[in-house]
Write a protein that binds this ligand. Structure first.
Ligand SMILES: NC(=O)c1ccc[n+]([C@@H]2O[C@H](COP(=O)([O-])OP(=O)(O)OC[C@H]3O[C@@H](n4cnc5c(N)ncnc54)[C@H](OP(=O)(O)O)[C@@H]3O)[C@@H](O)[C@H]2O)c1
Length: 430
């Protein structure tokens, strides 16, 4: 029989526990597909006494996960601890530096240190794999890196954070406000006790930078992502969007053009005719445009024990088969460092929501600001007085330069007519 691929597993939480269960459940099939057995030899987590619902007695327990890199009886280390730095990064550096393959689900670490790690992997001729880091169980890393390898890719965008999509879908279904749905999501375990990485768009931005690099052949560039989360989306935005034929989704959007690389995470109005509008609950989805293949749409579970373990073990099978190609689809030295494209030069439709005082002339003031900035209005909804005495005005603009829409908002800055900060969301028209 061929030599087994010997695995060390750091982290035995949701994903790590799932990997143990999956390797047990599908052992024979995985061995046939991989051409040899995949065998865990050592594991590590913080609390040795915790019952994880799996038999860990057969594996060597290690208290200090960072020592796994140096074991002679290990061919590949799987890191499922998390955190962009700390023990995860130490383990990644030491494992690759020692000439062993490394698998991770850690998008934060790949977004911040992926290039350095890929360079070490290249130098040592070993694999660095991270399929589970973006969109959980959806094979979108393989889709871009392998399936679309022959294409020039112009756009990649999608729903990259299941917590935000769950919150927005619940707000839509129940008509509830953001804070209430977030509290309920936390109670049910769908959102972290500190949800800021998710709801402020940072997690989606980590994933977007990885997708952009693979899609466009550019260096991973987290610093240039413009990030807006979903904290300021109110139930009325979702209701007005629905009345106008849209659903609100948090999208990560990457684009490569002659103007440079553009990356943005933002709540967006998606027309009901677009498949992303129908991606609800905790699902993820990614759209990519290739110049020969056309539009591809990937959809599935972006998180959770089973889907994430599925992606981690797929990486292990690749490694068992001897796949050691470059982590970002080309050698790090070949990745481009393009200029950063400004949002000001972009054109599109926008949704604007104002809460205003109930008095004559307010609507005229808003429409005059838009006229003066050169933005024309496609549709407008004005809702009567709410219990707090405010009136809501929701506007969809015709296609306009983003700088003009911003100029209209700047003109209204400080206006006594506005009783709250206006909301701007872009509209997906591709
Ligand atoms: N959960 C998902 O659906 C999902 C989806 C995609 C990607 N990911 C990524 O997968 C990774 C793991 O996520 P998770 O949800 O499985 O996290 P988790 O449930 O919190 O598990 C983390 C594990 O790491 C262990 N750990 C923490 N600090 C450690 C240290 N210093 N040394 C050794 N072990 C340590 C914990 O030990 P104890 O159990 O003893 O506390 C726990 O077993 C993260 O990078 C995450 O972003 C998760």
């Amino acid at each position: 029989m061929s030599q087994p691929l010997r695995v060390a597993l750091a982290g035995l939480g949701t994903v790590g526990g799932g990997v143990v269960k999956l390797l047990d459940a599908n052992r024979a099939l995985i061995e046939r597909r991989a051409g040899r057995p995949i065998a865990i030899v050592a594991v590590s987590a913080r609390d040795r006494t915790r019952d994880r619902g799996v038999d860990l007695g057969r594996f060597d327990w290690v208290d200090d996960a960072t020592t796994l890199a140096m074991r002679d009886d290990v061919d590949v280390v799987v890191e499922l601890v998390g955190g962009s730095d700390g023990p995860a990064l130490t383990l990644a550096r030491d494992t690759l530096g020692a000439g062993k393959a490394f698998v991770t689900a850690n998008k934060a670490m790949i977004a911040h240190h992926g290039l350095e790690l890929a360079e070490t992997a290249e130098k040592r001729g070993v694999a660095l794999k991270y399929e589970a880091a973006v969109a959980g169980g959806i094979p979108v890393i393989k889709g871009l890196r392998e399936g679309m390898a022959a294409n020039e890719i112009s756009h990649v965008f999608g729903i990259l954070n299941g917590t935000c999509n769950y919150i927005l879908s619940e707000m839509e279904e129940k008509g509830s406000d953001f804070a209430d749905v977030l509290a309920e999501a936390q109670r049910l375990g769908y959102a972290e006790s500190d949800p800021s990485f998710d709801i402020d768009g940072v997690d989606a931005a980590h994933k977007l930078t990885i997708l952009s690099s693979l899609a466009f052949g550019t260096a991973v560039d987290f610093a240039s992502v413009a990030i807006t989360g979903i904290r300021h989306v109110i139930a009325a935005d979702i209701a007005e969007a629905a009345a106008l034929g849209f659903r609100v989704r948090l999208l990560g959007h990457g684009e490569a053009s002659e103007k440079g690389l553009f990356q943005r995470v933002h709540p967006c109005l998606v027309p009901l005719s677009h498949p992303l509008a129908h991606v609800s609950g905790s699902l993820n989805a990614v759209v990519a445009h290739g110049n020969f293949v056309g539009r591809l749409f990937f959809q599935g579970r972006g998180a959770g024990e089973g889907p994430t373990a599925s992606a981690v073990v797929a990486d292990l099978i690749d490694i068992a088969r001897g796949e050691t190609g470059p982590a970002f689809a080309m050698p790090v030295a070949a990745l481009a460092h393009p200029a950063i494209a400004s949002a000001d030069d972009r054109r599109g439709r926008a949704y604007l929501r104002f809460t205003v005082a109930d008095r004559p002339g307010v609507l005229a003031e808003i429409t005059a600001a838009m006229r003066d900035a050169g933005v024309s209005i496609e549709s407008l909804i004005q809702r009567g007085v709410a219990s707090d005495g405010n009136v809501l005005i929701a506007i969809v603009t015709h296609i306009s330069p983003e700088r003009a829409v911003q100029a209209a908002l700047d003109r209204l800055e400080g206006s006594q007519s506005l009783t709250g900060k206006p909301m701007l969301m872009h509209i997906l028209d591709e």
